[in-house]
Design a protein around this ligand. Structure first.
Ligand code: SF4
Ligand code: SF4
Length: 261
């Protein structure tokens, strides 16, 4: 078995259905907008030689649950607390994968959710950055959450993703379903490529950005999906509507729920 396939197999055992290797140099040179809590690979791990990108299918909306304090709206840290179930799951699994890399391959490895994961996934050939700004994969649409593992292992990068899945999608030919579905008109129509960060999904119009609000305006309440006073099932309407993700409903969910025939 090739090293790549060995790593991919191990990642699958740790709970990641999607696996790819990004070009670390390209990722280092990509544009990192301010105020997003993003870090270049060299800032996370100065001696990193490769970036592995791992994807986990979201097959239950409960995996998008978040707990946040009433604060200033800053997701990148400060005095706020923000816990998101899928972040915790992917990071825990990625640490297990990193430990395996260390124990079995003798390399240093560290997970990161702060490098530019969308660009990393695209560079690794795993998907297209869609009109909703999420990575759209051919296998599961945007119903995937991502994490990277940086390591001192030298790996040949995969080839970047080149298809334009939004342009190929018949159901979005006249109007992008994700743009149309957003109840707050937060998504600007058209491709995400070459659009200044923050100018595609208008941050303040997206309900997720209001999870930290101390006094929530009534108009957000409908789609903030409050479970407990500071616990929310994050809005994913622009994700769920994407036609490429419907395969999760038909093929994955019944198996996970024990309902497959
Ligand atoms: S998460 Fe909800 S509010 Fe935010 S852009 Fe998507 S559909 Fe709109
Ligand atoms: S809903 Fe349509 S336009 Fe939006 S990301 Fe999916 S394929 Fe692209």
């Amino acid at each position: 078995m090739s090293l790549r396939n060995e790593l991919k197999t191990e990642a699958a055992k740790k709970g990641f259905q999607l696996f790819g290797i990004s070009d670390i140099k390209e990722l280092e040179d990509t544009y990192y907008p301010d105020g997003r809590g993003l870090m270049k690979p060299s800032e996370v791990m100065p001696n990193a030689k490769s970036v592995i990108i791992l994807g986990m299918i979201i097959w239950d909306e409960g995996m998008n649950t978040a707990v946040s304090t009433a604060g200033s709206g800053d997701f990148s840290g400060g005095d706020n607390e923000y816990y998101n179930l899928y972040y915790e799951i992917t990071e825990t699994r990625a640490w297990r994968f990193s430990k395996w890399l260390h124990d079995e391959k003798g390399v240093d490895a560290v997970p990161s959710a702060t490098i530019h994961l969308k660009v990393a996934a695209m560079l690794a050939g795993l998907g297209f950055i869609g009109h909703n700004t999420q990575i759209i994969t051919p296998e599961y649409g945007p119903r995937v959450r991502w994490i990277a593992v940086l390591s001192t292992m030298v790996l040949k990068p995969d080839k970047p993703f080149t298809r334009n899945l939004c342009a190929e999608q018949e159901k979005c030919r006249n109007v992008s379903l994700c743009v149309k579905t957003c109840p707050y008109k937060a998504i600007i129509t058209g491709p995400s490529q070459n659009v200044e960060p923050g100018k595609k999904v208008i941050y303040d119009k997206c309900v997720v950005a209001h999870e930290f609000d101390r006094d929530l305006d009534a108009r957000w309440e409908k789609h903030i999906n409050r479970i407990y006073p500071r616990t929310f099932k994050e809005c994913t309407l622009c994700n769920l509507v994407c036609p490429y993700g419907k395969v999760v409903d038909t093929d994955v969910v019944p198996v996970k729920r024990g309902m497959a025939k």
